[in-house]
Design a binder for this molecule. Structure first.
Ligand code: GDP
Length: 444
C-alpha cells in the first residue's frame, strides 16, 4: 500500500534532513518533488495541486526556516496535509440506532461488494458482538444469493433464506421483517452490481433505499482502478446519499491514488480498506495512521492492535512495560521472532515501525522458516545475561555463540545489528510520545 509515494517522499525528505538550514528555494524545490510524487501515485491533479499549494505556504513560513530542524518541520507539515487529504478524522460506522441498523452495500460488479459484505458482517459480529443478518438483493446475477449464503456459513453469520421470484425491494422488505422479528442488531443488504453506472441500477438502489432507510450506505470500489474508482464514487454520490466508501484490493495497490483523492474529490470518507481475499482482511481506515505509514513514521497503533490479537497477553504486557522505558533486549527480540511468524512475518512488522521501512525486504527474508531457526539457535547459545545486556557481547563471546549454534560470526553480527535497529526504533517510538497510548492499550 502506498509504496510508490512512500519511497518517493522518503527520498525527498532524506535530502531535506541532510541539510542544516533551509532556504525558501529549498523548500519550494522539495514541494515540487512532493507534487511529482503525488501525481506518480495517481492522485487527481487538482488534489495534488491544492495539497502542494497549502503545504508550501505553511512550509516557507518563518517558523520553519528559522527552526533548528527545518527538515522535520516540513515532514510534519506534509504529514498534516496528508491527514487532511485522507480524512481528516476516522469515520466510524454508525450502528447505534434502533435495531436493526441497515447497512446498504452498493457498487459495480466485481468491485468486491459481496466479499466485503461478508467481511463486514464478520467484523460486526465478532468484534462488535452484534447479531447480524445478511441478505443478497442481487437477482440479476445467477448464484449471487448463493454466494452470499456460502460466505455467511464461512463467517458464521446468518443469511436471509432465498425465496425465488422476489424482486430486490421485496427481498429487502422481507429482510427488514425478519431482522425485526428475530432481534437482529444489524442488517447488511448486498445490492446488485452492474458493469457501469446506469439508470436501471440507480433506480433499483433508490427503491431499496426508500424501502429500507439505511443508516449506512457504503460504496464498494476497487482501489486498483485508481481515478476511475473516484469517478465511480462521484457517479454514485450524485444519485444516493452515500455515508462512506470501502476501498478493496488495497493489498495490491502500490500507488494508492484512489485512496488519496477519494475524500477531496467526492467529500465521502473512506471507512474501510479491503486488504486481501481472506474474510478478516478488512481494516478500519484511520487517516492519521495511514499518513504515518506513508511517511515511514510507522503505524504503531495498528501494529499494536494486530499484535494484541495474536500475542499472549502476559507477553504483551511484559513487552509493553519494557517498551514504555524504551528498552528492547535480545529476549524481547526472541519473543518477537516467535510471535511475528503468527502476525504475518517480520517484514509486515518492519513496514509499520518507524524507521524500519527500509529493512522490510531483509526482514522478510530473515523471517522465512529456516532463517528463523538459525536466529533461534544463536539466541539459545547466548547466556541470559548476554540476552538481557547485549552490549557485553564482545568478539570472544561472538565466536563462542557462533560455534555453539553452528553459525558464523557474521551471522551473529547480523543478528545483533537487527536488534540494534529495532532497539533504535523503540527509542524513537518513545520520543514520538505515542507510547502512553500504546502502553495503555497493552495494559488493558
Ligand atoms: P462483487 O461482484 O462486487 O460482489 O465482487 P466479489 O465480492 O465477488 O469479489 C470479486 C473478487 O475480488 C473475489 O475473488 C474476491 O475474493 C476478490 N476481492 C474482494 N476484495 C478483495 C481485497 O480487498 N483484496 C483482494 N486481493 N481481493 C479481493
Amino acid at each position: 500500500m502506498f509504496d510508490t509515494l512512500s519511497d518517493r517522499l522518503s527520498g525527498v525528505f532524506d535530502r531535506l534532513r541532510g541539510r542544516g538550514a533551509l532556504t525558501e528555494d529549498d523548500v519550494r524545490a522539495a514541494m515540487r518533488e512532493v507534487r511529482v510524487a503525488l501525481l506518480e501515485a495517481d492522485v487527481a491533479l487538482p488534489v495534488a495541486r491544492e495539497f502542494v499549494d497549502a503545504a508550501t505556504e505553511k512550509a516557507v513560513g518563518q517558523e520553519v526556516l528559522r527552526s533548528v530542524t527545518p527538515g522535520q518541520q516540513v515532514v510534519k507539515i506534509v504529514h498534516d496535509a496528508l491527514v487532511e487529504m485522507l480524512g481528516p478524522d476516522t469515520a466510524e460506522l454508525n450502528t447505534n440506532v434502533a435495531p436493526p441498523a441497515v447497512i446498504m452495500m452498493v457498487g459495480l460488479q466485481g468491485s468486491g461488494k459481496t466479499t466485503t459484505t461478508a467481511k463486514l458482517a464478520k467484523r460486526l459480529s465478532e468484534k462488535d458482538r452484534k447479531k447480524v443478518l445478511m441478505a443478497s438483493l442481487d437477482v440479476a446475477r445467477p448464484a449471487a444469493q448463493e454466494q452470499l449464503a456460502v460466505l455467511g456459513r464461512q463467517v458464521n453469520v446468518d443469511t436471509l433464506p432465498i425465496v425465488a421470484g422476489q424482486n430486490p425491494v421485496e427481498i429487502a422488505g422481507r429482510a427488514m421483517n425478519s431482522a425485526r422479528l428475530q432481534g437482529y442488531d444489524v442488517l447488511l443488504l448486498d445490492t446488485a452490481g452492474r458493469l457501469h453506472v446506469d439508470d436501471a441500477l440507480m433506480a433499483e438502489m433508490k427503491a431499496v433505499a426508500a424501502a429500507s432507510r439505511p443508516t449506512e450506505t457504503l460504496l464498494v470500489v476497487d482501489s486498483l482502478t485508481g481515478q476511475d474508482a473516484v469517478n465511480v464514487a462521484k457517479g454514485f454520490a450524485g444519485e444516493v446519499e452515500l455515508s462512506g466508501v470501502v476501498l478493496t484490493r488495497m493489498d495490491g495497490d502500490a500507488r494508492g491514488g484512489a485512496a488519496l483523492s477519494m475524500r477531496s474529490v467526492t467529500g465521502k470518507p473512506i471507512k474501510f480498506a479491503g486488504t486481501g481475499e481472506a474474510m478478516d482482511a478488512l481494516e478500519a481506515f484511520h487517516p492519521q495512521r495511514v499518513a504515518g505509514r506513508i511517511l515511514g513514521m510507522g503505524d504503531v497503533v495498528s501494529l499494536v492492535e494486530r499484535a494484541a490479537e495474536t500475542i499472549q497477553v502476559e507477553d504483551a504486557e511484559k513487552l509493553a512495560a519494557k517498551m514504555a522505558k524504551g528498552k528492547f533486549d535480545l529476549d524481547d527480540l526472541r519473543m518477537q521472532l516467535q510471535q511475528m511468524q503468527r502476525m504475518g512475518g517480520l517484514g509486515a512488522l518492519a513496514g509499520m515501525l518507524p524507521g524500519l521501512k527500509g529493512m522490510k525486504g531483509a526482514m522478510d527474508k530473515a523471517a522465512d522458516g529456516k532463517a528463523l531457526v538459525h536466529l533461534e539457535a544463536m539466541l539459545s547459545s547466548m547466556t541470559a545475561k548476554e540476552r538481557a545486556a547485549p552490549n557485553v557481547i564482545n568478539a570472544k563471546r561472538k565466536i563462542r555463540i557462533a560455534k555453539g549454534s553452528g553459525r558464523t560470526v557474521q551471522e551473529v553480527n547480523k543478528l545483533l545489528k537487527m536488534h540494534q535497529e529495532m532497539e533504535g526504533a523503540m527509542k524513537r517510538l518513545k520520543k514520538m510520545g505515542g507510547l502512553g497510548k500504546l502502553a495503555a492499550m497493552f495494559g488493558k
